[in-house]
Design a protein around this ligand. Sequence first.
Ligand SMILES: [Zn+2]
Length: 310
Amino acid sequence: MWQSADVKPDGRSRVLRVDPTSALCYYHAVQTPQHPWLFPVVAALFGAVFGSFLNVVIHRLPAGESLAFPGSHCPRCGAPIRARDNIPVLGWIALGGRCRDCREPIAVRYPLVELANALLWAALALRFGFGFPFFAFAAYCSALLAITLIDVDHWIIPDAITLPGTVAGLVASLFLPPRGSLLADLLHRRLGLDRLPGFLASPGFWDSLAALLIGGGFFYLVAVLSRGGMGGGDIKLTAMMGAFLGLRDLGVAVFIGLLAGSAVGIALMIAGRKTRKDLIPFGPFLALGGVCAVFWGRPLVEWYLNLRGY
Ligand SMILES: [Zn+2]
């Protein structure tokens, strides 16, 4: 019955009759042009729920605690959070930002993380529509959000996120549509990699591998030359971003990260809050660049090339 979708010449499908028992009817429904907001709204709702899980990751992963047990509880009185109070964002608002039992204030950061993740997933839904790229980059952006707050709190970027993330990015690169990395495409054809068997022929895979090695290698060099100005966590974070983004967009991400990091560093020095010798964690700036590159990597590069008259 799922064959009932009518494929128009532009490749988008229109639902004629849908079998409500078919899992695919969801797929067709969210692709239907009559409901362009349906999938972004659904993505925002799931994003808020996943943001609630990210709060657990942010607070328990650096401490080495279990992510599953015990359930959410008030850090002061230990009372378990009731299911109805655990609704993302709304639960916090309904409680007036305080524990129901002991009235201890609950940090506004919890609902803000949920809101941020909801907005990220909604934006990705608008950018990609329903399909594999949405899910790959939703995982990627949520990982970057968790890394940002863990780095701000503890000055560490956990390997438990970046190492599996790098592997996930490499695997995802086999299924993502071509990203149009000119350099990677050129190398791919020049070196005859397109004649390799199986997944080794995928240009996306080599693009990701090159970005991972070049990006990670670049910050490894910076770390060696600056004698500790750049941490091992930043190197592995760059490698993970490269695996997901490929060469071109990783370049954009690192450029934005360096720009934003320098701007904030200089602003803090002018404000007298930091001196040249103080360090600020670089992970949040890299992560910011890593998210921006998903949305604006290609237009930014095209704008730059136009500017230079290419
Ligand atoms: Zn309490």
